[in-house]
Design a protein around this ligand. Structure first.
Ligand SMILES: Nc1ncnc2c1ncn2[C@@H]1O[C@H](COP(=O)(O)OP(=O)(O)OP(=O)(O)O)[C@@H](O)[C@H]1O
Ligand SMILES: [Mg+2]
Length: 474
């Protein structure tokens, strides 16, 4: 059974206290019982001694007869006396008032009493401690004193012990609970700090300020304080590590952004000079013409790549985008007409809602997202493929769905299709010559608009869905 530390400590202390109390109470009771029995035995002996000295019938009232020894001065009230002759009880009586005896029935055990004290039950009179003493005329006088007094004392002792133990246990339970609760409270604060840290979005890689254990719980003189101190040192260490990581990531992003930016100018020059050379009108040999064509197309690809890298670096750095109210439907229609122009061999279907699909965002970036999705449906599928683009309105959400019935995304690419430079290495993808940044941009732009993008793909049915928050109704 799992118990909290608090319960465990309280329960074990109480159990310990109860056991110790029980042992002490039992020992005390047994000791007292022995002590009282011994004392009673001494009294019984002296009563027997008195009795044998004056056992003669002499000057006693005749009614006392064979038990007249009970009337000897000094005999205590309720003293039991019996005269036994040759194993037969002649008469048995109890001293009731001073000077008068009352006959009582005596069990045969009385006849067997010897010089050693023994306990005999006298029925309604209860247990008696008895001893036998011989008289001069050969009889045996059995004299006894009741055990009731001793028993009452012992019972009372047990009751008092039980009451004191119970009260002690109850007090201990309260005191223990309060003390233990106080002692474990710092652990609760430690756990709360840990919980707060565990809720922080550490995976984003941003520099974070982690919560700390309060100073009262970091006193190195206490065990909890040592844990608290170690905890804080660990948090400090993690915080530093995150700061260093964030710093290096920022530097890397900045480097990529700077590098892409710097590449744009020479690239623009290359493209410009290639075009100039092409248009100069000077005759070129077929080889030069081919080389110029390759320079132009590769420079174009590199421009796209550099622009993509720059955009990703800026999105990573959290550069703010335009936040303008816009309708997605015309944007989608524009993108589809571009796609149709680029690939008239595909079937381009579109389904738009009756109402405007209003969102808040950056028109250029969103256009690029739709273009990238359509470009994929165009470049990674054979001619004749049907591409269906649907704009959907749902409460609080606008979605754009691009579905094609092409061959589908290779299963090994699908799980990380939104990653950077994720590309299927199928011949078609290689032919398409993409860099693998298209979907990474889609995903980053969606995230920057507080939206998301999903994909499902199987041969004959590939569906990308972009979800954006709808323009809040005013
Ligand atoms: N509609 C689709 N049908 C089949 N495969 C697809 C489809 N869309 C994406 N893929 C696969 O996912 C990969 C990643 O797509 P992504 O757009 O990120 O890169 P790319 O198209 O190869 O290059 P880029 O878009 O940067 O020019 C592609 O290489 C392709 O293998
Ligand atoms: Mg692509």
């Amino acid at each position: 059974m799992t118990m909290s530390l608090e319960t465990k400590l309280v329960v074990s202390s109480i159990a310990l206290l109860a056991v110790v109390s029980a042992v002490i109470a039992t020992a005390t009771t047994l000791f007292l019982q022995d002590f009282l029995t011994d004392r009673l035995d001494v009294q019984v002996y002296s009563a027997a001694h008195r009795s044998t000295r004056t056992a003669g019938p002499s000057n006693q009232p005749p009614s006392a007869g064979e038990v007249s020894f009970l009337l000897t001065p000094g005999q205590a009230m309720e003293t039991f006396g019996a005269r036994v002759r040759q194993g037969v009880i002649r008469r048995a009586a109890v001293l009731t008032d001073p000077g008068s005896v009352q006959d009582v029935p005596a069990p045969p055990a009385v006849a067997a009493v010897t010089g050693e004290p023994m306990t005999v039950n006298l029925g309604p009179l209860g247990d008696y401690r008895m001893v036998g003493a011989p008289t001069r005329d050969g009889d045996t006088l059995v004299v006894g004193l009741p055990l009731t007094g001793m028993r009452t004392t012992l019972t009372r002792l047990i009751v008092v012990e039980a009451a004191v133990t119970l009260a002690g246990v109850a007090l201990m339970a309260i005191a223990c609970t309060l003390l233990v609760r106080r002692a474990v409270r710092p652990l609760g604060r430690l756990a709360a700090t840990a919980a707060r840290v565990s809720e922080l979005p550490l995976a984003t890689g941003d520099a974070v300020r982690l919560a700390r254990v309060p100073d009262v719980d970091t006193d190195p003189r206490t065990e909890v304080g040592q844990v608290g101190g170690a905890f804080n040192r660990m948090l400090g260490h993690v915080e530093t590590a995150f700061a260093v990581r964030h710093e290096s990531e920022t530097r890397l992003r900045q480097f990529i952004a700077d590098a892409s930016h710097e590449l744009r100018t020479p690239l623009a020059s290359i493209v410009g000079y290639a075009q100039l050379t092409g248009r100069s009108g000077e005759p070129h040999g077929p080889q030069t013409a081919h080389a110029l064509g390759r320079i132009r197309s590769e420079a174009g690809r590199m421009t796209t790549l550099v622009e993509d890298l720059l955009l990703l670096a800026r999105l990573d750095a959290g550069r703010p985008l335009d936040r303008l109210e816009l309708d997605l439907s015309p944007l989608v229609v524009n993108a589809i007409s571009d796609a149709y122009a680029a690939a008239p061999g595909h079937r381009w279907l579109v389904s738009l809602p009756d109402q405007p699909a209003l969102v808040v965002g950056d028109a250029d970036r969103l256009h690029q997202v739709v273009t990238n999705l359509l470009a994929n449906a165009r470049t990674h599928t054979p001619p004749g493929t049907t591409v269906t683009t649907t704009v959907l309105l749902a409460p609080g959400q606008v979605s754009v769905r691009v579905a094609d019935n092409g061959p589908g995304i290779p299963p090994d690419v699908l799980p990380h299709v939104f990653g950077r430079f994720a590309r299927g290495d199928g011949s078609r993808s290689r032919l398409a010559g993409g860099s693998g940044l298209g979907l990474a941009i889609v995903s980053a732009v969606a995230a920057a608009h507080d939206g998301r993008v999903e994909v499902t793909s199987e041969p004959g049915n590939t569906v990308f869905t972009l979800h954006l928050p709808a323009l809040p109704a005013l």
